[in-house]
Ligand binder design. Structure first.
Ligand code: ZN
Length: 261
């Protein structure tokens, strides 16, 4: 009897220790998020939607009412006032990764609630390839190495080679990684990229297409790219505002992004 109980007791003790250590190191919000994320991964559908807090930086936290899975779901969505492209005049270390528009206030860059900017291909369902959820091309914003591929969300992370010193005073950090998410089709499961861990990519190289798959907010069927930048030089690897890296504001509704200036 004692032997039979050893494994579950050891597992339980290990999990408890992990939770306590996580609480001490990372705080309540991040620990809760991680536990919920693990729970939801093991028991898909068991947990209620939107259990992810802002602590998961790539989380898509949105108003599902404007981001549903059919054209009618856009009924209450107003096309934002389009803001002309306002590139900074000075050179930027990264390129704009895709074309599109930052169309909704909930999906702008915010260090607490949304750690990247969502760049939409489509507004009111327009702009897609015919009969497809595939949107505009996505380009590597920096030269670097693919360090993570997470298929359920069709997201990849690319660790940039250390950015040139000349930008040291322009950006928060020269050591960054970039998250590109949602490069796949939510329904057909078609993948819109073919990247693998360890792959080298060059700045400007095509790495995929915008898509509408989201394992985090499955009802979000807007074809878009989530573009997030993480500072690897600081503990916790916080997100940083992409603006100083790409030369385009990431906190303005209606902001247009263009890969060609
Ligand atoms: Zn996003």
């Amino acid at each position: 009897m004692k032997n039979i109980l050893t494994i579950p007791v050891t597992l339980a003790a290990g999990l408890l220790t992990a939770v306590v250590v996580s609480l001490l190191l990372f705080g309540t919000a991040k620990t809760t998020t991680t536990v919920m994320y693990m729970f939801n991964s093991i028991f898909p559908g068991a947990a209620p939607e939107r259990t992810y807090s802002a602590a998961r930086p790539e989380a898509e936290i949105g108003q599902a009412s404007v981001l549903g899975d059919s054209d009618s779901s856009f009924a209450d969505f107003k096309i934002p006032q389009v803001r002309e492209v306002a590139f900074h005049k000075k050179p930027s270390p990264l390129i704009v990764p895709t074309d599109g528009i930052a169309a909704h206030k909930n999906f702008l860059y915010d260090p607490v609630s949304h750690g990247g900017v969502d760049i939409w291909t489509n507004v009111n369902g327009k702009g897609l390839e015919a009969g497809s959820s595939r949107g505009y091309l996505v380009y590597a914003a920096c030269t670097g190495t693919v360090i993570r591929v997470y298929q359920p969300n069709e997201e990849i992370e690319i660790k940039c080679d250390r950015l040139p010193e000349e930008f040291a005073s322009e950006v928060p950090s020269l050591d960054i990684k970039i998250l590109y998410a949602h490069m796949g089709d939510a329904v057909t499961k078609e993948r819109y990229h073919s990247l693998y861990v360890g792959q080298r990519v060059s700045k400007g190289q095509q790495v995929g297409w915008q898509g509408n798959v989201s394992s985090i907010a499955p009802v979000n069927r807007v074809t878009h790219l989530h573009f997030g930048i993480y500072d690897l030089s600081r503990s916790g690897r916080p997100t940083v505002n992409p603006e100083s890296y790409i030369g385009v504001p990431a906190t303005v509704v209606g902001q247009i992004f263009k890969t060609q200036q």
